[in-house]
Design a binder for this molecule. Structure first.
Ligand code: HEC
Ligand code: HEC
Length: 460
């Protein structure tokens, strides 16, 4: 199959420039990551547009006259997917007094190697709510919500500690380490041992292609006992149901459909056949007593299966942007990326397999720069909160495709799971654990070599 690309070269033999294979869209017009796959046929584009409206339009608080679009809350973080995934790009931590927007705060109580949900607040702090009770101090932050009296779970802010260091050549740098502060707790005190961790919204480009990387390929890249002795292990995130997790900062969801359903429930308060329970714990009686947005055709859930599937279809059919020219300095940077060991986890290339129902995504040579495995990233990135699959210092290698467009797609740069890194170099300097040797080799580079490495990342 050979398909013409939007404004790009005709699909020729696989080339890293076509980072998403035949799905790749032109870089020239890339102001967001919300273009449909370049090889999506006309009928399929219609379906994509249906999903697009579900992704963009705000959901409303039940009960309402629009059964199909109500169900928001009782507690939630945003009213639409787009509110956090602006332009399909990454989120950022709040600045100054701004309420949390495209970053969510996870909460839990460490328990041996794993952690339990916080008994009252669960696993995520939802900062908005639809309570008809007396307005708590959160009213100001909630005023944007149709002027309704609303009670979220709490207000969270972030403050930073500066961490100073220097490259091996003596050049100083300053990093910032976040601390999440919680106030105005609407359902009583938080467990004393609770830990908070920030999670920025992740960029959505090419997630359908990531879903189509064969599981056997990921298993072959994993080396949990570090048999090859390179200091890098990498584990598959084996979920309770036996499937392999790929999505989320801790690879806790197996596919885009499950991730979408989890987002509907945890971020918007919208239940589905996959996640039937509202995000209220047993202790949150006021939360549990709120009206539900289910309709007669929806079998007790707030979003019907076909609409959930349409939303996931939209997200799966978001294209990858072509990579920029890798010449001169950037080409030197690409060689350094390989030489100092970045590619051991940020694995450049994969070939996708058949993904049922998605011929466009199948059989593509792609260049995402990830192994989708969990890696121990050391104490600097350890947030003290484990999940069933991932220890507290373990994170999934994020894909790097499109990372050079961050400043163009979102108004600002914030990298790593909690958005603490303000530049690509800061992101690398936080690497530790299995990536400690690669980080040390980066810090030992000469100034022009560091610049070359960064200019390669900027071309992605
Ligand atoms: C309140 C902010 C917020 C909203 C609203 C939101 N997301 Fe997200 N999204 C996030 C965060 C944070 C993550 C990382 C989650 C994690 O690590 O568990 C994420 C991750 C994802 C991912 C995984 C990307 C990857 O590379 O692993 C997908 C896909 C996704 N969201 C889709 C959606 C869809 C579809 C919706 C609407 C139904 C949505 N999101 C609504 C914040 C949000
Ligand atoms: C042991 C595996 C491993 C190695 C080696 C490694 N990384 Fe990473 N990288 C990760 C993981 C895991 C994260 C996410 C950490 C987090 O979110 O806290 C990450 C995050 C990043 C990010 C931020 C991405 C984003 O979306 O926020 C950049 C940029 C990056 N790495 C570049 C590099 C470069 C350059 C090198 C070589 C010097 C390198 N990495 C080596 C595993 C690795």
């Amino acid at each position: 199959m050979c398909l013409a690309l939007w404004g790009g070269p005709a699909a020729a033999p696989a080339s890293p420039r076509l980072a998403g294979g035949e799905t790749t869209v032109s870089r020239a017009r890339a102001d967001d990551f919300l273009e449909p796959l370049a090889n999506l046929g006309l009928l399929r584009q219609e379906r994509h547009l249906i999903g697009r409206s579900l992704f963009r339009n705000p959901w409303v608080i039940p009960p309402s006259s629009t059964d199909a679009r109500d169900g928001l809350g009782p507690v939630f973080n945003a009213r639409s997917c787009l509110a956090c995934h602006r332009g399909g790009g990454r989120g950022h931590p709040p600045q100054g007094d701004e309420p949390l927007q495209s970053l969510v705060v996870h909460v839990g109580v460490p328990d041996g190697a794993t952690s339990r949900p916080e008994p009252t607040y669960g696993r995520q702090i939802q900062t908005y709510g639809v309570s008809r009770g007396p307005a708590q101090g959160l009213a100001a932050a909630n005023a944007a919500l149709d002027g309704r009296t609303a009670t979220g779970e709490a207000r969270v802010s972030v403050s930073y500690r500066t961490v100073e260091g220097h490259y091996d050549d003596g050049t100083p740098y300053r990093l910032r380490e976040p601390r999440f502060n919680i106030e105005e707790l609407a359902y009583g005190p938080l467990s004393e041992r609770a830990r908070l961790s920030g999670r920025v919204a992740q960029p959505l480009l090419g997630v359908g292609l990531l879903e189509a990387i064969p599981e056997a390929r990921l298993a072959a890249l994993a080396d949990p006992d570090d048999r090859d002795g390179d200091g890098i292990s990498g584990r598959l995130a084996r979920l309770g149901n036996g499937r392999v997790g790929r999505f989320g900062h801790k690879a806790s969801q197996p596919d885009v459909l499950a991730q979408t359903a989890a987002a509907f429930r945890d971020d918007l308060g919208i239940t589905s056949a996959l996640f039937r329970e509202q995000p209220c714990t047993a202790a949150q009686t006021a939360c549990r007593a709120q009206p539900n947005g289910d309709g007669p055709q929806q079998a007790g859930v707030e979003i019907a299966d076909d609409l959930l599937a349409a939303t996931a279809f939209y997200v799966r059919t978001l294209a990858v942007t072509a990579r920029g020219p890798v010449e001169g300095t950037a080409r030197r940077g690409e060689a350094l990326f390989e030489r100092i060991g970045c590619a051991a986890c940020h694995v450049p290339a994969h070939r996708t397999e058949q993904l049922a129902g998605f011929p466009e995504l199948s059989g593509q040579r792609i260049y995402p720069y990830t192994d989708l495995l969990l890696h121990d990233m050391g104490s600097g990135l350890d947030d003290g909160l484990a999940t069933a699959e991932a220890r507290s210092a373990e994170w999934r290698t994020p894909p790097l495709w499109g990372i050079g467009l961050t400043g163009r797609v979102t108004d600002g740069q914030s990298y790593l799971h909690d958005g603490r890194a303000r530049t690509l170099a800061e992101a690398v300097l936080w690497h530790g654990g299995e990536a400690a040797a690669a980080r040390a080799r980066f810090a030992a580079l000469a100034r022009d070599e560091r610049a070359a490495l960064i200019s390669f990342l900027e071309a992605l």
